[in-house]
Design a binder for this molecule. Structure first.
Ligand SMILES: *Cc1c(COP(=O)(O)O)cnc(C)c1O
Length: 490
């Protein structure tokens, strides 16, 4: 076979096989299929690259037999544990377009008009958060020396980019400082640990209250303490939708404290930021407009596929703090977006945003969030009225935290030792549920203020899939109770 035949035209046989493979993946068993980790590791032990090409049909056989069956069934309505949602059916089609065009968004020469579209979309989303007037966006359109935001591969990259800008700025303003730090809550996403390590700054974590929110007094205290030791606080981070609980830090108050001290305020709204498009839930995010930078993930609640993060600069001039250029391609005076991104070559993933905005519209997002919030409240109510469970966090957004209480611990005041037993039980229960594969919730471990800061293992539900109904919610809880009954934990 000549390599040229692979470029000739679409392989219809292959398209049909992919179609069939996907159909069987989704229909065979809509559950998180158990897989034998050891068997798979054994199977994946070959060390040789294939010398001869195989036919696409034979290759599809291989995928169907050994790879597709071990993928995660994110689309299952009883899979309620992680932040990756099923996607609307138009996404794979748009994906085909993105892959076929294979534009490189790093610079104008490799993406042409699509760079302008990207700039336009960033402006549209920026306006959702900051609501500047038309003249602001008019000026941005014509000004290529800075940007209102960047597309990234996800929230992690957006958070790192934000701190990069903030720390760089602080180092310019206070070049003599002994040390620099970033302050945020103990529930900050671990991307901030990565960012701090990369940038060589300290990360100071402040405790949260019983609502899992950052305390403004705690932030104030941390700033004062750090400054007294000769350090400069480069940024304060608030989270709008913590990964563990979906709790939202008091954005306006924290912005006020940060700005009194001339400190950069970043809001990590990777999870919660999408609510800005909701007609009745955007109010949860009030105060976000004071943030100097905002992270938003398209692949969390906006129904975009993985690889779609965004970062917005309140004042586009800040983007100049991280501007990097190269004489051969990404030129200073161009409108090459690669000047402001950590990533170089980058796909035209903004087309997914374009598609979602047009094919879902604000009404579509409204419906999505309304269903999710209704489902989470229904599930919270079930948990609350069942003595087998304890609701540990009343949902602010569409995430909830609870735990199973084994019969011997119900209706009594729990000692530290009791809680430790319950911790072990919940850990075992979650693993057993995952292994059984009929339903899934995730698990985390955090201190809880209502238990004097004792770390508790909890079960975590992330609700977004609009195909989830009350029947599914009941099934997940019943499944859990059934498994718990047969569980022996010592
Ligand atoms: C998911 C998440 C991130 C990280 O985003 P990735 O897209 O996974 O890199 C950061 N912060 C919060 C609050 C998140 O929920």
């Amino acid at each position: 076979m000549s390599i040229k035949t692979l470029f000739a035209r679409a392989d219809e046989g292959l398209s049909a096989r992919v179609e069939k493979g996907m159909a069987s993946f989704f229909q065979a068993k809509d559950e998180v299929l158990a897989f034998e980790q050891e068997t798979l590791i054994e199977q994946l032990s070959g060390l040789h690259l294939p010398k001869q090409a195989m036919s696409t049909q034979a290759y599809m056989d291989k995928l169907e037999q050994s790879i597709l069956p071990v993928a995660s069934h994110l689309i299952s309505p009883t899979y309620l544990g992680h932040m990756t949602s099923p996607l609307p059916s138009f996404i794979p089609e748009i994906g085909r377009l993105v892959q076929t065009l294979n534009q490189n968004m790093v610079k104008l020469e490799t993406s042409r008009g699509l760079s302008l579209l990207e700039k336009h979309l960033l402006g549209l989303m920026h306006r959702q958060f900051y609501a500047n007037d038309e003249s602001f966006y008019e000026a941005c359109r014509a000004d290529f020396s800075k940007t209102v935001g960047v597309f990234t591969s996800g929230g992690t990259m957006a958070n790192i980019t934000a701190l990069w800008a903030a720390v760089h700025h602080a180092r310019q303003v206070y070049p003599q400082a002994k040390k620099y730090a970033v302050i945020g809550s103990s529930l900050m996403h671990y991307s901030f640990d990565k960012a701090a390590a990369l940038l060589g700054v300290e990360l100071i974590k402040v405790g949260v209250n019983e609502k899992q929110c950052l305390l403004p007094d705690g932030v104030q205290h941390a700033i004062d303490t750090y400054q007294k030791t000769g350090g400069v606080v480069a940024a304060v981070v608030a989270v709008a939708g913590t990964t563990d609980f979906g709790s939202i830090d008091p954005l306006a108050e924290i912005a006020c404290i940060a700005h009194q001290h001339h400190i950069h305020m970043h809001v990590d709204a990777a999870w919660g930021g999408a609510f800005i498009m909701s007609s009745d839930k955007a109010v949860l995010l009030s105060g976000i407009e004071h943030a100097d930078t905002i992270t938003l993930d398209g692949h969390k609640q906006m129904l975009m596929p993985i690889g779609t993060g965004m970062l917005f600069f309140k004042n586009p001039a800040l983007s100049r703090a991280i501007m990097h250029t190269a004489p051969y391609a990404v030129r200073a005076t161009s409108l090459d977006q690669g000047r402001f991104t950590i990533e170089g070559t980058r796909p035209a993933n903004m087309l997914y945003l374009h598609a979602c905005l047009h094919l879902l519209g604000l009404d579509g997002y409204d419906e999505l969030f309304t269903i999710a919030m209704k489902n989470i409240q229904t599930m919270a109510a079930y948990i609350q009225k069942d003595p087998a469970f304890e609701l540990l966090f009343t949902p602010t957004m569409n995430i909830l935290a609870y735990r199973y209480i084994p019969p011997q611990f119900r209706g009594k005041v729990l000692s530290i030792k009791d809680n430790q037993s319950i911790n072990l039980f919940n850990q075992t229960l979650q693993k057993a549920q995952r292994a059984r594969g009929k339903s899934f919730v995730s698990r985390s471990l955090r201190p809880f203020a209502q238990y004097e800061g004792l770390p508790l293992v909890f079960l975590r539900v992330v609700m977004l899939n609009p195909l989830v109904t009350e029947t599914h919610l009941r099934f997940v809880l019943e499944d859990q109770k059934n498994i718990a009954q047969g569980l022996r934990v010592d």
